[in-house]
Design a protein around this ligand. Sequence first.
Ligand code: ATP
Ligand code: MG
Length: 430
Amino acid sequence: MSDMIRAIRGMNDLLPDQTPLWQKLEQVLRATAAAHGYAEIRLPMVEETRLYARAIGEVTDIVEKEMYTFADRSGDLLALRPEGTAGCVRAAIEHNLLRHQQPRLFYQGPMFRYERPQKGRYRQFHQFGLESFGISGPYVDAELILLSARVWEQLGLSSQVQLELNSLGQAESRSAYRNALVAYLEQYESDLDEDSQRRLRENPLRILDSKVESTQAILQQAPVLLDFLDHASRLELDEIQQVLDDSGVPYRLNHRLVRGLDYYNHTVFEWVTNSLGTQGTVCAGGRYDRLVEQLGGDSTPAVGMAFGMERLVLMLQQKQTETDTQEVDMIVLGQGENFARQALRLAHRLRSNVPNVRILVHLQGGSFKSQFRRADRSGAELALLLGEEELRNRSVTLKWLRTGAEQVAEQQTIQQDDVLDWLHQHWIKK
Ligand code: ATP
Ligand code: MG
């Protein structure tokens, strides 16, 4: 039917078969934010257009090409928010949240950008953002990064995302670098893509972020921001690296990382994945110490980051189809003469006593290694192992398969008759 009204291109309905994954993601993000002392703020979806021009920068993709702007009936120039930081800062100033306080805030909701819709890139998309005000770097920055690492852990995505880190330095070092970069790029001006040619005068750092291959090739030999860094920025970056090293969070220094918004200084970072094609950035953030002042507040250091929720949902969906479709809560593994009998008896008893529990009894045999591979694919949280010794003693070894804060003791062996009690104490059906 040609006259049927359809959704706007790039603006998606989330159907009931998708919402459970969204709910799970939202719950993990909220809980993790709260666990780090962040409180929720809810902000309007429409602001004055000039807020974004001033905050994000006139010469950015977002403001130049991607913003939904319109005049309302009284002629005021308004915009659908393309991101959350500007509005959050506006609200924090307007409601005096920054006076004598160092608020840590999070928000969540739709953002709007007029982009070419494709996998992982939409015109209405959702961000979960966190902003921390009033504390200079580097430790709040480091804590934010650790918070995001915790999110990956909770979502089971740690092995699929990599952290990239850079420092943009302070205004002086950036301007020295800017001059060097422009001097270098001017030699190749006519070979640069059109956007980059224009940026050469207006916003040359953004050229580093260009996705055009011929421009990327020219950038190979360009001067490197890291070489121009001021002492203070360098120390901050070192300190963040130290905290990440101490916490076992791997990262890669990427001196081309500049981010698409003008308000950043000092530390910037992105979490990227290879599993989504070119839409690889799933979380991005950095420090923006000048923005509050720029928007009319008292000078206030700040740092923030935002997760792109559609991209995370895509990753979670992929993971779900990669793991077995018949996902279970527990898997019973083992080998030995009496394995099948004892395993079936144990599983039967548990199913009778634990409502809705999903238990897979592994009856196909095979080495422990292959059985654990199977366990991993099953999505089970808990393995119940019946090896030779357990079968002899009527005991069972319990092993958590997914790491989580509440699951401290890795593995323990108890009597089969005690499993129910143990589950009541240690296993909460999610
Ligand atoms: P990209 O380089 O992918 O365009 P960006 O630098 O424009 O990203 P930010 O403004 O930093 O993105 O937004 C933070 C996160 O929000 C991104 O890392 C991404 O995960 C997500 N995001 C940004 N734009 C879109 C979009 N149009 N559709 C879906 N997610 C998006
Ligand atoms: Mg973009």
